[in-house]
Design a protein around this ligand. Structure first.
Ligand SMILES: Nc1ncnc2c1ncn2[C@@H]1O[C@H](COP(=O)(O)OP(=O)(O)OP(=O)(O)O)[C@@H](O)[C@H]1O
Length: 319
């Protein structure tokens, strides 16, 4: 499948200072990541808090600058584009964030929230803008009359639909969904996920779907990337990762969701804390929590190994 987004050796290091007297230290939020996001996929990024998922999404959208590496969109290198040259890509790549309560301006009407991007990006007459806003609201299950209301008049699920409409009104090709349902009630989550799936098909979109919830991944994803402390531990098609996972970290994540039940059962991995990203372990980043760790794991970092076509794993068990 042709890639819509390609990333090569991407790094993002943040300088952190604990106090004015201490030397700055680096958090390697994204540490040498390469991947291809196939057009039309729901490419899911999973991992515990702090693994670098949101940073990856924001780098691809060029909301933050990488420390090094390359980002291509539809074959074009966009890594070094300035804000003027990025305008076209800003339309084509959009984001929907987790929190539908804080992401919508409380004192703006829905028509102005949804229509803001249209005014920035297109010089359309106001009646056409009106029609586009009305159409996209209907597309996400809202109505024309909702255009004249304020965010506080809506439920969490409806607000998330408004945020989706705001992104989709620009007719993007690629959407970063950063934990789009985790702030919603379970029943609303299911309906929102079904809507996202339907919109992906009918509007021919590609999603980068960020979540820590593997049950959600099981429902929606076509591809899965498992991240840990800024690195990819395992990557493959959803079916391959759920039925033939190789990395002990992936296994531990899958074991935590009984509803999936397709994961191979292995001994439980201790639930120990994720190490500080300021002081990551030497060797394999996961070895301090891995029940299958061997001598080599604390000494040498494993390379990425191709288990089968499109299925990559970074673990000494397979080298
Ligand atoms: N602007 C920033 N300045 C300093 N450190 C940052 C910044 N943004 C992210 N980080 C650090 O980078 C690492 C990765 O953060 P990121 O938010 O990408 O992780 P995540 O997997 O999305 O986590 P979560 O699920 O909690 O959102 C963390 O250690 C975080 O503290």
């Amino acid at each position: 499948m042709e890639a819509i987004v390609t990333i090569e050796n991407l790094r993002k290091y943040f300088d952190i200072k604990k106090s004015i007297f201490s030397k700055p230290r680096k958090v390697k939020a994204i540490n040498d990541i390469s991947l291809n996001i196939p057009r039309g996929s729901i490419f899911s990024v999973v991992g515990e808090s702090g693994s670098g998922k949101s940073t990856l999404g924001r780098l691809i959208l060029k909301l933050i600058e990488p420390t090094s590496g390359k980002i291509c969109f539809e074959g074009e290198d966009i890594t070094d584009l300035g804000s003027k040259d990025l305008i076209k890509y800003r339309r084509e790549m959009q984001i929907v964030q987790q929190d539908p309560y804080n992401s919508l301006h409380p004192r703006k009407l829905i028509k102005d929230i949804v229509g803001e991007g249209l005014k920035i990006h297109y010089k359309l007459p106001s009646d056409e803008i009106y029609v586009r806003i009305k159409e996209i609201l209907e597309r996400v299950g809202l109505r024309e009359e909702h255009m004249f209301r304020y965010p506080h008049e809506f439920s969490g699920g409806q607000r998330q639909r408004i945020a989706m409409a705001r992104a989709l009104v620009l007719r993007p090709k690629f959407l970063v969904l950063d934990e789009p349902t985790s702030a919603l009630d379970v029943s609303v989550q299911a309906r929102t996920l079904a809507l996202l799936k339907e919109l992906k098909e009918s509007l021919e979109l590609t999603y980068l779907f960020i979540t820590h919830n593997l049950a959600v991944v099981d429902y929606i994803a076509t591809h899965v990337t498992v991240m840990y402390l800024g690195k990819i531990m395992e990557l493959g098609s959803k079916d391959e990762i759920f039925s033939n996972q190789k990395h002990p970290y992936t296994m531990s994540l899958l074991e935590a969701i009984p509803s999936v039940g397709r994961g191979k059962r292995i001994r439980k991995i201790p639930r120990g804390e994720i190490p500080s990203p300021l002081d990551p372990p030497k060797g394999c980043l996961f070895h301090t929590r891995c029940v299958q760790a061997m001598d080599i794991c604390s000494k040498e970092e494993p390379d990425e190994i191709e288990i089968s076509k499109g299925h990559l794993c970074r673990c000494h068990l397979y080298s």
